[in-house]
Design a protein around this ligand. Structure first.
Ligand code: SF4
Ligand code: SF4
Length: 362
């Protein structure tokens, strides 16, 4: 399809308007030249910092070459959607940090307390692509959300959705980092947007705040030490030396984000999908640890947490319940009883973590 520069320019403006109508905070456009990101990707993979995330390596340099992934691609439409639950008030960062000292509290990453963002964003991006097709007819495209084959962050950065903070996440001057991202690879030569300037300056609050020293330096993250990786991506046993560092963070970690001064500008979600469900923002570890597999599957239906399954859920909670000992609840009767109730769990993984946890209370 051949469209004039004028038509493409009008179409680009319309795509951004439609994106906002669909609930995205911002939609922008990048070209697909990620040559500058390739050496960094290769070095990160070579150093093994992706841990067990083999899919990162499996796609190799294709990740940095969108046209190899989807032939015909010449542009990427990038989009971001704010997710801070509307129930979070101005003091949310201080409150989240305070819960880390509560030996009973189950701390679940803020992004995971509502509906699975993959589904929400994918559906909305598909609607955006449908509107483009209604306007111009058939065109080549493919939608991605937090998807391994695409180097989402460099593309978002290139399009000007924000800059890479020292914690490696994308930061936006008007919205901090509490947003999801997705993209549409297209074969339309739309006019591209300019990248944003970086504004971390001399700050290093995220590096200091990281409880596991996973941020080795500005923009250098060792995923194997990151609590998000250890509690979500890692399938097997959590390395023993890392367990005490997890505290009561039982699904993901927001410390580098709550420490970041730009997140005072984090925006509330406009879609109800990201409202907190099942009281996950104030739940206790003992209560969540008591869920049967059937309860876990039912309660977590449509949640990103369901992806890790009941076994890893119990593994994480066992570590948190063990760490309650150092948070001031050593020997707490309800915690010890909850752990003992899982000593005969059929999973070796669960029993081993429960045994470790009980030893912390010993
Ligand atoms: S998510 Fe937590 S563990 Fe991972 S880099 Fe950020 S602060 Fe560190
Ligand atoms: S905490 Fe500071 S250094 Fe880290 S991402 Fe935010 S502004 Fe950048």
């Amino acid at each position: 399809m051949s469209l004039s520069p004028e038509v493409l320019s009008t179409l680009a403006a319309a795509i951004k308007r439609w994106g906002r109508e669909l609930g995205f905070a911002e939609v922008r456009i990048a070209d697909i030249d990620l040559a500058a990101a390739e050496p960094g990707l290769q070095a990160w993979l070579d150093a093994g910092m992706h841990g067990e995330m083999d899919y990162m390596a499996a796609h190799g340099m294709k990740r940095a070459r969108p046209a190899e992934l989807v032939p015909g691609t010449v542009r990427v439409i990038t989009a971001r959607m704010d997710y801070l639950p509307p129930s979070q008030d101005a003091d949310w960062r201080a409150r989240e940090r305070a819960r880390l000292d509560d030996p009973q509290a189950a701390v679940i990453s803020v992004y995971a307390r509502g509906r699975d963002y993959h589904k929400v964003l994918r559906a909305r991006l598909q609607q955006l692509a449908d509107r483009v097709r209604n306007e111009i007819g058939e065109f080549g495209y493919r939608v991605f959300t937090d998807s391994a084959p695409v180097m989402e962050l460099p593309l978002a950065e290139k399009s000007g959705l924000g800059w890479r903070g020292k914690h490696t996440l994308l930061l936006n001057r008007d919205a901090g980092s509490m947003f999801f991202m997705g993209e549409i690879l297209v074969d339309l030569p739309l006019p591209v947007d300019a990248p944003a300037d970086a504004h971390c300056g001399q700050c290093s609050a995220c590096i200091t705040a990281c409880p596991t020293n996973a941020i080795l330096g500005p923009g250098r993250l060792d995923a194997r030490r990151c609590i998000s990786y250890l509690t979500i991506e890692l399938k097997g046993s959590i390395p023993e030396e890392m367990r005490p560092l997890l505290g009561n963070r039982v699904y993901g970690c927001d410390d580098c984000q709550t420490a970041c001064p730009w997140n005072k500008f984090a925006q509330r979600a406009t879609l109800p999908d990201f409202d907190e469900r099942h009281g996950l923002g104030s739940a206790s570890m003992v209560a969540l640890f008591g869920w049967t597999e059937e309860e876990f599957n039912r309660n977590m239906e449509g949640s990103p947490i369901r992806r890790i399954g009941h076994e890893r859920w119990l593994r994480n909670l066992a570590v948190g319940l063990g760490n309650a000992a150092t948070l001031g609840a050593r020997g707490d009767a309800a915690i010890v009883a909850a752990l003992r109730s899982r000593l005969d769990h059929p999973s070796d993984l669960v029993r081993e973590h429960v045994g470790w946890a009980l030893a912390q209370h010993g």
